[in-house]
Design a protein around this ligand. Structure first.
Ligand SMILES: [Zn+2]
Length: 221
């Protein structure tokens, strides 16, 4: 096979990234039993949302640094489809555990029904939906209510300020989750404890109580 630099020299210009050998970059692979998403598309979604660094993290690859992490890994291996609230200081592995669960969800085929968000993006989607219903809105209450989204990954909770409108929307979504714990899955990470997020300026205690009911609370240290 010719090397990339040889190709570059022959054409005079740098070639584009080679097309995916399975789907020609269309994102779909056509099989007799129907079309399926190509792995390259799943990889692109992972990289866009959690970044290249975490796109290949798998639960069984995680090397626990201490007893707590060993325990958490065991809990998650046993129940990778569980709901979790993961909190702790920076660099304690929150994103690793979240990424492992997120990657598994996508690898298992839950692409359309899984959403990843961070505070700021979440707020933007919800606000856009409220003020301009014509806009494409990847995350809003209605999509959960219609079961179009069933799995929410909410990373780094507590980073942005909270408007009362956003707070109400989050409450409605979490309340729906709590009432249908077998349908919905929620994975959150934060540097804050739930007690801290329960402040009336932030999520408020009724939302926090529902998160406590729904999620296994995990403190990384
Ligand atoms: Zn492909």
């Amino acid at each position: 096979m010719e090397s990339l630099s040889a190709l570059q020299n022959k054409n005079g210009t740098a070639p584009k990234n080679p097309l995916c050998e399975f789907c020609d970059d269309l994102g779909w692979v056509v099989k007799r039993e129907g079309s399926t998403r190509c792995k390259c598309l799943i990889q692109k979604i992972k990289i866009r949302n959690i970044g290249e660094e975490f796109a290949d993290v798998k639960l069984y690859h995680i090397k626990p640094k201490n007893e707590t992490q060993t325990k958490i890994k065991a809990i998650m291996l046993k129940n990778p489809y569980g709901s979790y609230y993961i909190y702790g200081d920076l660099n304690m592995g929150k994103t690793h555990f979240l990424s492992a669960l997120y990657n598994k969800a996508l690898d298992d085929g839950y692409i359309d029904t899984t959403r990843f968000t961070k505070d700021k993006i979440f707020k933007k989607h919800i606000t856009e939906w409220n003020f301009d219903r014509e806009k494409y809105c990847p995350i809003n209450y209605e999509l959960f209510e219609n079961r179009e989204i069933k799995w929410l990954f909410w990373d780094d909770v507590g980073k942005s300020d909270m408007s009362s409108f956003f707070r109400q929307e989050i409450y409605a979504i979490i309340d729906l989750f709590r009432s249908n714990p077998n349908t919905f899955r929620l994975v959150m990470t934060s540097t804050f404890s739930l007690d801290e997020l329960a402040s009336p300026d932030y999520l408020g205690s009724s939302t926090i109580r529902r998160i406590e009911d729904l999620c296994e609370i995990i403190r990384l240290k």
